[in-house]
Design a protein around this ligand. Sequence first.
Ligand SMILES: [Zn+2]
Length: 126
Amino acid sequence: MRPGPLFPLEVNVSSNGAVPSCPHCGEPLLPFALPEAGGWDSPFQLACWNDECPYYVRGWTWMESEYGVRSSYRYRLDPGTGAASPLPVWSPTAIRDQIIEADVEVAREGDLVTTPGTGGGYEDHP
Ligand SMILES: [Zn+2]
């Protein structure tokens, strides 16, 4: 169990008033907690958790053909810098338990803030 509320989470990516979404599949990005020793500026990052995302689906094929490993990566966005990078995953459920259950809200300035959810699930995933 993670202690304490670490909210609100502020996202500094310019967003035109919308929650950042994955450029590959259009699904809204969800925040997830970073490993302790990650050395990142932000306490969390955003990633696409859609298992049908073309970026993620293509990653399995590519990694297996290039390296012979069962691995893939998800689209990740650093909320501090707005820089995108691949998030390596070794299974469909990898890092999923790090997803922060929070509602991402768009602040008036165009910044994003997430507030604690009320246990909102991810039932829209098939
Ligand atoms: Zn996606």
